[in-house]
Design a binder for this molecule. Structure first.
Ligand SMILES: C[S@@+](CC[C@H](N)C(=O)[O-])C[C@H]1O[C@@H](n2cnc3c(N)ncnc32)[C@H](O)[C@@H]1O
Length: 305
């Protein structure tokens, strides 16, 4: 994108402007990409820095540094419609840390597959796991080229442990398992993390089938952790913001209900406290009281046979 177009894109600063901009795309030169054939909706290139992408916007909400102007713009417009998204992202990341700490500690898990890795942030899975168990081995999986480019920052860790990165689509669980087997012993229990990523698969049955396929390749004693945005606490505002995101990005996201999230754990033993807002999963005691509930639910379950 040239500087003029970028400035014009950036100057569209309010949500209503954004929606108007969407409506007027067809009639003036578009700031990003060409319209997708027959839709009038931007077709957004993946890596040229002009299209908002899930991993980068998430990184922006988490207070990270790996994002482009288009991500900040989309992130800010999302916040304009749904300010709680920042709490959702931060509570979700704290859930990741608590869940991995539990798995590597109390549950004795030494191998992890983290699908939908995202960009490096505080408390990446290998850091949390290897703090508890220095010999923990972690395989990160993502399909975003920018995440791949940053993977070297993730491919560090303890001398006793290991980290690896697999460039693969969540929808290809057979390949994920085959590639993970380079680094992990899939005859031993694995902690499978799919956080804020199943929402990128629109169809519930397909998402369930992906999770089932992955779990079928892992032995008893393995654990599944899932977290995803829901639409039961804040409803319309979250849905509106997600709809806006879905029109602008080529990584659309779909809110689910806690019941559908619970369905991913069918056949597993659900650990306490069950399917709850991420902020409430084994939250650290806080003298000021329980954390607010946020509209993203999570759970951890154990494969027993
Ligand atoms: C919102 S970020 C979540 C990052 C991290 N799991 C967390 O919870 O902090 C979603 C991640 O899923 C990845 N992703 C989206 N669709 C995917 C797919 N079909 N296959 C693999 N990764 C995908 C994105 O590239 C992004 O890194």
């Amino acid at each position: 994108m040239n500087r003029d177009n970028q400035d014009r894109w950036l100057s569209e600063s309010s949500t209503s402007n954004f929606i108007r901009w969407k409506g007027s795309c067809a009639s003036r030169r578009r700031p990003v990409g060409d319209p997708a054939p027959g839709t009038g909706v931007p077709s957004i290139p993946r890596t040229d820095g002009t299209a908002p992408q899930s991993a980068r916007v998430w990184n922006y909400w988490l207070g990270g540094r790996d994002h482009y102007p288009a991500d900040r713009l989309a992130g800010d417009r999302f916040i304009g419609l749904y300010p709680k998204i920042v709490d959702v992202a931060r509570h979700s990341r704290a859930f990741l840390a608590r869940a991995v700490r539990y798995l590597a500690g109390e549950a004795g898990i030494r191998q992890f597959i983290d699908i939908g890795t995202g960009l490096p942030a505080t408390d990446n899975t290998h850091e949390v796991a290897q703090r508890a168990a220095p010999d923990a081995r972690i395989v990160y999986v993502d399909n975003d080229p920018l995440v791949l480019a940053h993977a070297r920052a993730l491919l560090t860790g303890t001398r006793e442990g290991a980290t690896d990165y697999v460039d693969a689509d969540l929808r290809d669980p057979g390949r994920i398992l085959a590639e993970a087997a380079r680094t992990l012993d899939l005859d031993r229990p694995v902690g499978l993390l799919v956080l804020n990523t199943l929402g990128h698969v629109r169809d519930d049955d397909e998402a369930r089938s992906i999770v089932g396929h992955l779990l079928d390749g892992l032995p008893a004693g393995s654990h599944l952790a899932v977290a995803d945005g829901t639409d039961v606490l804040t409803g319309e505002a979250f849905r509106t913001a997600v709809d806006m995101w879905n029109q602008a990005s080529d990584t659309p996201y779909h809110l689910r209900t806690p019941d559908v999230i619970a369905g991913f754990f069918t056949g597993l033993r659900l650990l306490d406290p069950g399917v709850v807002p991420v902020s409430r999963w084994r939250a650290e005691p806080d003298p000021s009281g329980e954390p607010d509930e946020v509209d993203e639910f999570c759970a951890v379950g154990r494969k027993t046979s």
